[in-house]
Design a protein around this ligand. Structure first.
Ligand code: ASP
Length: 276
């Protein structure tokens, strides 16, 4: 993790924590924390989103709260800085959970979300060439995500991403899929994932973690169990943030590093990129 990334993570944690400290809902804390990371351009989300093989940025995001199990998501959305806010608006302004592609973009434009200006692609690959190149490879600077617990005992989780390296146009990962990249339930916990989406989807990791939490397992043992299963069964690679409604929390990863942090309002926010 670079020094600017560490500083940005700390700033994002402070924004989220101060909202919670003033009695704000976990959902808003998650959204606002992620907006800081999307705005920074330092991570693979929002201004820093990765390009698909045709030179276009298509982004995914989702958000969920654990009281009413309300959720919203966008996939393959283009031209906005804050897909996480588009996801929240899908949750709050529609009866749907997920909007995709150009119509997700139209939705975001309708609500006048901040536009993301990207230069037109410099060169175009043939589809045959794109097929040859595509391969699920995780980026060095990954997806952004957050989990939060408010003073009413409600948990929330969210994530926002530009996807993975070398992806075909239209590829969608785990991030906008509720139960895969994100889940939140006040009867179990909140989970936000990062890693290679193709594996996370096939194990439905976020929901599996929540199910084990509901059986009374600890966040740490649950996260380790499910991530090891991901590796053993399908050679996946991922990291997770897990938070329970009674305030237990873990960061766990089976990737070499995962830039992450937490803050409970005391001292300075803790950030790091290895969480054994
Ligand atoms: N999970 C994201 C995806 O597969 C990528 C990442 O976390 O770096 O789209």
């Amino acid at each position: 993790m670079t020094a600017p990334q560490a500083a940005c993570l700390q700033a994002a944690l402070q924004v989220g924590y101060h909202l919670l400290d003033r009695g704000g809902p976990a959902l808003v804390a998650v959204e606002q924390t992620i907006r800081v990371l999307e705005q920074s351009g330092l991570f693979n989300a929002g201004k820093g989103a990765r390009f698909q093989l045709d030179g276009i940025r298509r982004m995914d995001a989702s958000i969920m709260e654990g009281h009413g199990l309300r959720a919203g998501a966008v996939a393959s959305v283009e031209g906005i800085v804050h897909p996480i806010t588009a996801a929240r608006m899908v949750m709050e302004e529609t009866d749907h959970v997920l909007l995709v592609g150009p119509m997700a973009t139209t939705f975001a434009e309708h609500f006048r979300l901040e536009p993301l200006h990207t230069p037109a692609p410099m060169r175009r690959l043939s589809y045959a060439m794109m097929l040859k190149r595509q391969k699920p490879v995780r980026n060095r600077h990954g997806t952004v995500g957050a989990v939060a617990l408010d003073r009413f005992g409600t948990v929330a989780a969210g994530a926002s991403t530009g996807g993975i390296a070398l992806m075909l146009p239209g590829r969608v990962g785990d991030t906008p899929l509720i139960g895969c990249g994100v889940y939140a339930d006040n009867q179990s916990g909140a989970v936000s994932m990062t890693g290679i989406g193709e594996g996370i989807i096939r194990i439905a990791v976020a929901k599996e973690i929540c199910e084990r939490l509901a059986e009374g397992k600890t966040p740490k043992s649950t996260a380790r169990y499910v991530l090891r299963k991901l590796v053993a069964r399908i050679r996946g690679a991922a990291g997770t943030l897990v938070l329970t409604p009674d305030g237990r929390f873990t960061i766990s990863h089976v990737t070499p590093r995962m830039a992450a942090g937490w803050w409970d309002g005391r001292g300075k926010p803790t950030v790091g990129d290895r969480f054994p």
